[in-house]
Write a protein that binds this ligand. Structure first.
Ligand code: COA
Length: 328
């Protein structure tokens, strides 16, 4: 019986830190409001000339080093992003070229917003199990600052830029690596979190730019309610499928959107917050990068040990959601 393992993890966050205090100088908000409503203290913002693919490359290099592999070993490259370098071509093709992933590799982007990394993980997992590919590099990378309306205080305080990556391959050992993956989507809620212009529905024009319609809009309260509901359901189902109780999960790594969502999830699952990884205070919501960034930090800081069970849980625009269970 073979398994698919995560052989290496890496992440990158741009050096520029923007604190709540700094934001409150340009938009009508306060550090106190942002901290108490979201748990965020600061976020990283990419340099103007730094792209989503640039950050993806940095995270990928760290993950390849961690896996003791090189770009030449990769034959499947998937980028999860909601802020691609450009609508065309895929950001994966830019990353392939910058990183030196061979021409025979399959390279593409997926759009599943904040659940994107777990969607990429499931695709890579399935493809590696079928022997179609040998080694996959999956990356969640976001320059959300490029699609943020910096005059809209209801959204601009929440997001940040970063990238996280993982290298996966098959091993001939049962019961380790990815034990289960479950994804879902509910398009009924698509209008709660969206970018309205810049696509075929509303191509960019002078008016759409003037309206900043190429930026993220959100119905925060509705997203909040959906997030708690779907993350609890998908996490609970994953534990039930594997006959696990919450106390057997060593670490839950949820999508980092709002500390109140994470605390509600932990309370509903009856997992103490000591076993829930949180870093959104330092990065804000980095969409598809949030889970691999947290995973990388958790591993490097010793929060994940060999044999541990980790449960990843995500939700995002779509409404997409997913969970992945990993034995290290
Ligand atoms: N600073 C100060 N006041 C703000 C503000 C800000 N940055 N943003 C909104 N407000 C105001 C609102 O205008 C509102 O004022 P009003 O009562 O006079 O109308 C008040 O604060 C409360 O707004 P509300 O939207 O009810 O706050 P909330 O408690 O729901 O928190 C969010 C707002 C966005 C933090 C919260 O709804 C949330 O996190 N939702 C989920 C978002 C998410 O996870 N998105 C990513 C999905 S991947």
């Amino acid at each position: 019986m073979a398994s698919v393992i995560i052989a290496g993890v890496g992440s990158y966050a741009p050096p520029r830190i923007v604190t709540n205090e700094e934001l409150s100088k340009t938009v009508d908000t306060t550090d106190e409001w942002i901290r108490t409503r979201s748990g965020i203290r600061e976020r990283r913002i990419a340099a103007p000339d730094q792209t989503t693919s640039d950050m993806a490359v940095e995270a990928a290099k760290a993950a390849l080093t961690d896996a003791k592999l090189t770009a030449a070993d990769i034959d499947l490259l998937i980028i999860a992003t909601a802020s691609p370098d450009a609508p065309l071509p895929s950001t994966a093709c830019y990353v392939q070229h910058k990183l030196g992933v061979p021409a025979h590799a399959t390279c593409f982007d997926i759009a599943a917003a904040c659940s994107g990394f777990l969607y990429a993980l499931e695709i890579a997992y399935g493809q590696l199990l079928t022997n179609r590919y040998k080694r996959a590099l999956i990356i969640g990378s976001e320059k959300l600052s490029s699609v943020t309306d910096w005059t809209d205080r209801t959204t601009c305080v929440l997001f940040g830029d970063a990238a996280g990556a993982a290298v996966l391959h098959k091993v001939d050992q049962p019961g380790i690596g990815i034990l289960g993956s479950d994804l879902g989507a509910d398009g009924e809620f698509a209008d709660n979190l969206y970018i309205s212009a810049g696509g075929s529905k509303r191509p960019a024009d002078a008016q759409s730019v003037a309206e900043r319609a190429h930026c993220i809009r959100m119905n925060g309260r509705e997203v909040f309610k959906s997030a708690v509901r779907v993350m609890e359901t998908v996490a609970r189902e994953m534990m039930e499928q594997h006959h696990l109780t919450p106390d057997q999960i060593n670490l839950v790594i949820p999508h980092q959107a709002n500390i109140r969502i994470i605390e509600a999830l932990a309370a509903n699952l009856k997992v103490p917050m000591e076993r829930v990884y949180v870093n959104l205070d330092r990065y804000g919501n980095t969409s598809s990068a949030s889970i691999p960034l947290a995973l990388d930090e958790a591993r490097r800081s010793g929060r994940i040990k060999p044999g541990d069970l980790t449960l990843l849980v995500a939700f995002g625009a779509g409404l997409t959601y997913g969970s992945t269970l990993i034995r290290w």
